[in-house]
Design a protein around this ligand. Sequence first.
Ligand code: NAP
Length: 233
Amino acid sequence: MTTTLITGANKGLGLETARQLIAAGHTVYIGSRDTERGRRAAEQLGARAVQLDVTDETSVHAAAKTIEANGGLDVLVNNAAVEERSADNGVIGPAELTTDVMRKTFDTNVFGTVRVTNAFLPLLQRSATPVVVNVSSGLGSLTLFAPAPADIYPGVAYPASKAAINMITVQYAKALPNMRINAVDPGFTKTDLNGNTGTQTVEQGAEIIVQMAQVNSDGPTGRFFNAEGSLPW
Ligand code: NAP
């Protein structure tokens, strides 16, 4: 029996990943910062709910204690993220960027991933097949995104946070060779994160997350994938 925790799984790609992994036989914990939203999502899918705000040490450690007491963890999907927008819902470019926006974005997307991963490492290390999936983005690939025209996506904080996730993935994978730790790009998917402007369905977007959550112990680690295959950093 594989037990999986997905952060930010009360909606969007996290919720769909939970649905697909439950169908594949995983016992899934829906991590949600709002207890009631998490409870409703878990009830809908036949999952377990755990309150987990990735920006809050106390919440993260309480979630780790709960999951440990219920038998431990095999797979961690670091999915929770924010993309800060301006008051008129615009992407925040260099001229409008503030350190507050950078801090809020990094606190959830980057420090949240480190906070959650490190809190759950002792549990994952006890699993025979420990797996971590860091949900990144193609916007975090310097190779893919640096040559793109300036107006494609003028935001700074979100792609910078995903570039940081990519490096974190590389370094954790090198240091923890018994674990499979990969970054994935779901692709531009219709969710609240982008005001539902994405061109893919959540079913399509979740495909690579689900695939890398099920990677074997002899599978890849320290790599970056989308549904089509390997991506450059
Ligand atoms: P979404 O629908 O906005 O879902 C984001 C989830 O993260 C929500 O459950 C949200 O909870 C949660 N969250 C935010 N801050 C949190 C915190 N402090 N603690 C715990 N949970 C928190 O977005 P999505 O598109 O599904 O995004 C999922 C992942 O895919 C993200 O890592 C995103 O960067 C990545 N991604 C998305 C796309 C895309 O086109 N959609 C493309 C590439 C990568 P609340 O409901 O409480 O706000």
